[in-house]
Design a protein around this ligand. Structure first.
Ligand SMILES: [Mn+2]
Length: 416
């Protein structure tokens, strides 16, 4: 008989939502709905275990309210006879919830770098799967202790539960890093992982379900948990089940000189966002308009703020979205070409911007000049303290969209 587990991770209760107080409160309540949906799914599918792979809480430990919400959501799972195995992550390295918090037995929490084993048993009490779990009590772990992995037990499904960074997905330090090869050499059937918020599977047996619900505009797309079917020695069958009622989207629309009115802009934004809506969920989107737009004056003028807010509201209605925030850093369309090859400074400055796009030496000279003026590109860009030349060039070039238009606009406008 195969073993079926429901695998969730990175629930991040108590994460801070951006936006208005009303939206943040609504997202918080949807977050708890997703947690209850996770529990309901475990019960409905009558899985053999629920696995929660770390970062259940946003900061160190649950808040009082989240602790109660978590217990309330999970108690029915235990009551249904489904054991829950959870571990700590980097965000909740002091997570203090334990079996004593529940009135029904069956909750296991891993809090130690030394692995412990728990078992999933069939009705007769015979072990059908072993869960080897790790949990760390610090927010930083330089290495995952791969030499602590106990050998696989024969005849049953071997599952590992841990919050760690598989280096094959993102090289570099990261939290408790280990390579896929190191983890797979254990011979385990499945690694139930947490930490990477984007759903990912490596080599068939290492899996991140992604977070239960996105916490910010960068965590886009449908979110939920994974239903995993395991048979000893076979590649796991993993099915994603969306559970989050809110779905984030993040879009940048650049250079639309043909969009002459905000209503044209609205059509363009709608076209981008519509495919990112997920049936049965509410969209939360951040939209940035950049570069040259025909409707720039409507975004920037005295009515700009009000216009953009009205645009956001209108999109929210059309897309039945929870929240759509539109910001604009745009320049109006100006006939740049007609100012080229002329005997004036503006023409030469336009040439220089063209040159900056391809000429590394020029970019480096500008960078040096800025440094002399004590303008710290590293601080501006959020790059590392020692901004490498390449990053500085990249940053300078990121300023170019709309720059020529702004130069022409500012240098040709009539004195009041
Ligand atoms: Mn996380």
């Amino acid at each position: 008989m195969p073993v079926r587990v429901l695998h969730a991770a990175d629930i991040h209760l108590d994460c801070a939502y951006s936006g208005s107080e009303r939206i943040a409160a609504q997202l918080k309540s949807m977050h708890l709905d997703a947690l209850r949906a996770l529990a309901d799914l475990a019960i409905r599918e009558s899985v053999d275990a629920l696995l929660i792979a770390g970062d259940s809480a946003q900061r160190d430990d649950f808040s009082y309210a989240s602790r109660l919400a978590f217990i309330e959501a999970m108690e029915p799972v235990l009551k249904a006879g489904i054991p829950i195995f959870a571990c700590r992550g980097n965000h909740d390295s002091s997570l203090s919830i334990g079996p004593d918090d529940f009135s029904t037995p069956g909750f296991t929490i891993y809090t130690d770098w030394r692995p412990r084993s728990g078992y999933i048993r069939d009705k007769a009490g015979t072990p059908v799967a072993r869960i080897v779990g790790w949990g760390f009590d610090r927010p930083h772990e330089e290495r995952f202790p791969t030499d602590s992995i106990p050998p696989a037990e024969s005849g049953i499904v071997n599952i590992a539960l841990a919050h760690l960074q598989v280096t094959d997905l993102a090289p570099g330090p990261g939290y408790a890093p280990a390579s896929a090869a190191e983890l797979l050499s254990s011979g385990y059937d499945y690694w139930a992982l947490g930490h990477v918020h984007q759903r990912a599977t490596v080599d068939g047996r290492l899996h991140y379900p992604g977070n239960l619900m996105g916490c910010n505009p960068g965590e886009t797309g449908a979110k939920g948990a994974s239903l995993v079917t395991l048979t000893p020695g076979s590649i796991p069958k993993i099915e994603f089940i969306p559970l989050a009622g809110a779905v984030w989207a993040d879009a940048e629309l650049s250079d639309h000189p043909e969009a002459e009115t905000l209503s044209d802009a609205e059509d363009l934004i709608q076209e981008i966002l519509e495919p990112q809506s997920v049936a049965g969920t509410r969209l939360c989107a951040r939209v940035r308009l950049t570069g040259v737009w025909g409707c720039a004056e409507e975004c920037l003028g005295p009515q700009g703020h009000e216009n953009l807010q009205a645009l956001s509201k209108s999109l929210e209605r059309t897309l039945h979205a929870l929240s759509i925030e539109v910001t604009a850093e745009v320049s109006p369309y100006v006939p740049v070409e007609s100012f080229r090859n002329q005997p004036h400074i503006l023409s030469q400055m336009l040439d220089m911007v063209d040159q900056l796009e391809t000429d590394d030496e020029l970019a480096d000279r500008i960078y040096e000049l800025l440094k002399k003026e004590k303008i710290d590109i590293a601080a501006l860009t959020g790059y590392s303290k020692t901004a490498q030349a390449g990053k500085a060039r990249e940053y300078l070039r990121s300023l170019i969209p709309g720059l020529r238009e702004k130069m022409v606009h500012d240098m040709t406008k009539e004195d009041p």
